[in-house]
Design a protein around this ligand. Structure first.
Ligand code: SF4
Length: 279
């Protein structure tokens, strides 16, 4: 993982995407990674309290924190528990930079916190939108909001001055990697005002692999042989396949002119000054 710190207020995710890489973590932790994954989730009810304590340590260096790398921090439970909101407030108070990834439009509820955090540290929100293809979305992401709804949420964030972009991940070989499919996502991201876009292809570690391939055999049996060959002895695709898709997305990004064009940017909140008392 390209970060040292991650924060997940929940464990498990009711969105239950067939490709979810968290299934691999669950398997390693001796929890169900198959169809039972996401039927229940675990809620870290004291996460905000613990986080505030950790951030208050003199040794905390305000390193970048990845929020939601192993769960969706805006899955439905967040509507009730508000733990992600509490964590973002704590990170903002501690001027700690963070990057958040979600498929949940509920994030717009917390625009006020994200604005405040953005005035104190580098903050970015990434909406996972691997495809706009209706069938691929419905079949592989049984519990998520429609991709266009995520893009509407993205627009609301950018208009409020919060950096927000699109993570096209995971792109599925043969199902969502056709040039016109990639272009449709990047074009829609540009229309929504995305400040950045990036892409990643599917990877299949044990736990994710068995579940994804079983779902593929049910939903797209004609694709099974291709995947078995592509992922025969590895979890990740080779540089050739990976590089080709990432290159196409980078070209599309330049073609559509995706860049940070926020017209509103949160003003920097000054650091509190420690007053010296002369005696
Ligand atoms: S939304 Fe993310 S964490 Fe949740 S099931 Fe889908 S891929 Fe996994």
């Amino acid at each position: 993982m390209p970060f040292a710190w991650s924060l997940n207020p929940y464990m498990g995710c009711v969105h239950r995407c067939t490709f979810c890489y968290v299934r691999a973590f669950e398997l390693r932790a001796d929890r169900p990674a198959d169809d039972r994954y996401g039927r229940t989730i675990r809620v870290k009810t004291n996460v905000v309290e613990v986080l505030r304590r950790e951030l208050a340590r003199a040794s905390w260096r305000r390193e970048q924190v990845a929020v939601g790398a192993a769960t969706d921090p805006y899955q439905p439970a967040e509507g009730r528990f508000r733990l992600t909101r509490g964590c973002l407030e704590a990170l903002a108070s501690a001027r700690t930079p963070f990057g958040l990834i979600t498929r949940g439009p509920l994030v717009v509820r917390d625009i006020d916190v994200l604005q405040e955090a953005s005035s104190r540290a580098d903050v970015s929100v990434n909406f996972s939108v691997p495809t706009l293809d209706e069938r691929v979305w419905r079949t592989t992401e049984p519990g998520t909001a429609p991709p266009r709804q995520r893009l509407r949420a993205l627009r609301a964030l950018v208009e409020a001055g919060v950096k927000a972009g699109v993570g096209m991940a995971p792109i599925l070989p043969g199902l969502s990697d056709r040039p016109e499919q990639l272009a449709a996502v990047v074009r829609a991201a540009r229309e929504a005002g995305a400040t950045h876009v990036w892409a990643n292809l599917l990877y299949l570690q044990p736990g994710t692999r068995e579940h994804f391939l079983a779902a593929l055999a049910r939903d797209w049996p004609e694709e099974l042989a291709r995947y078995e060959e592509l992922y025969a002895r590895r979890a990740y695709l080779g540089r050739g396949d990976m590089g080709s898709v990432k290159r196409q997305v980078a070209e599309l990004r330049d073609h559509y002119g995706i860049a940070d064009r926020r017209s509103l940017r949160p003003a920097s909140a000054p650091e509190p000054v420690q007053l010296a008392l002369s005696i």
